[in-house]
Design a protein around this ligand. Structure first.
Ligand code: DHB
Ligand code: FE
Length: 285
């Protein structure tokens, strides 16, 4: 059977992608940020999964006000990097895993979560920047990736509790797939940031770090935090953090297993307008 070996959490700031693509990672502004991912790149190379289930949000790139799926699973064989206004990022095509994605859709929908099935979609910085941070600049991404887009852009957005419970259903789905695949679940977006209005530029490092503490040690409690607290404390775009609860809900301890091992934790300000947070949690073998 397939199993979830680890979860990875990271911000997805588009300027990080531009810094990589334009060879600026050693500049004084960016160097401390990329230093925080040196361990992660080595860890991923040593713990390469067969599939990454990558939870992210589309930023009005593949979707628009025409169509607003709350949860959308990418079931295609491949996904191209999107043109977000400056041409597509020079990164590899994302190879999907249609069989596992279809199985997860079947299982999770039968578990009462309404997923939108997406057979054609370009993927924006929400998905490609986390891959770049964890993999650098390879010729091809290290394994197939199932994109899982969550609407955190246009209200109403899903609650943290719903995301956490979706993670639990995801774990059941993966563990009922009849092939011995090692699957990592990545939760991306956040941490505190607000890109618009009078509070643009808001950062709340104390709240972010408390979020990381609770994500590790009290995820069920953290899942009860209402969306208004994210917006008030972490800014309008801080709501992206509910996506991390999908990855956390898929970890073994939530279903009665042992606590995950904290392999890496990193926090850094500034990166563009955003506080960058990063965690790697491993399930016990
Ligand atoms: C920034 C952060 C985001 O999450 C995003 O989607 C766009 C921009 C920023 O900090 O600039
Ligand atoms: Fe974003």
């Amino acid at each position: 059977m397939a199993r979830i070996t680890a979860s990875v959490y990271t911000s997805h700031v588009p300027a990080i992608g531009a810094a990589i693509d334009l060879s600026k990672t050693a500049e004084p502004y960016w160097q401390p940020l990329f230093k925080g991912y040196e361990f992660s790149k080595k860890w991923l190379a040593a713990n390469r999964p067969d599939v990454i289930f990558l939870v992210y949000n589309d930023h009005a790139t593949a979707f628009s006000l025409d169509m607003i799926p709350t949860f959308a699973i990418g079931t295609a064989a491949q996904f191209e990097p999107a043109d977000e206004g400056w041409g597509p990022r020079p990164v590899p095509t994302v190879i999907g895993h249609p069989e596992l994605a279809a199985h997860i859709a079947q299982s999770v929908i039968q578990d009462d979560f309404d997923l939108t099935i997406v057979n054609r979609m370009d993927v924006d910085h929400g998905l490609t920047v986390p891959l770049s941070l964890m993999c650098g600049q390879p010729q091809a991404w290290p394994c197939p990736v199932i994109p899982f887009a969550v609407n955190v852009v246009q209200y109403p957005v899903p609650s943290g509790r719903r995301c956490f419970n979706l993670g639990r259903a995801l774990r059941k789905a993966v563990e009922s797939y009849d092939e011995p695949l090692k699957v990592q679940v990545w939760g991306t977006g956040g941490m505190s940031h607000q890109l618009q209005g009078p509070r643009a530029g808001l950062i709340n490092a104390a709240w972010d770090n408390a979020f990381l503490d609770r994500l590790i040690a009290d995820p069920a409690g953290l899942a009860e935090v209402p969306h208004i607290e994210y917006v008030r404390e972490a800014g309008s775009e801080g709501i992206e953090l509910v996506m991390w609860l999908i990855a956390r809900g898929a970890m073994s301890d939530v279903a009665g297993g042992p606590a995950p091992r904290v392999v890496h934790r990193f926090f850094h300000v500034p990166a563009s307008n955003t506080a960058v947070g990063h965690l790697i949690l491993e399930n016990a073998q």
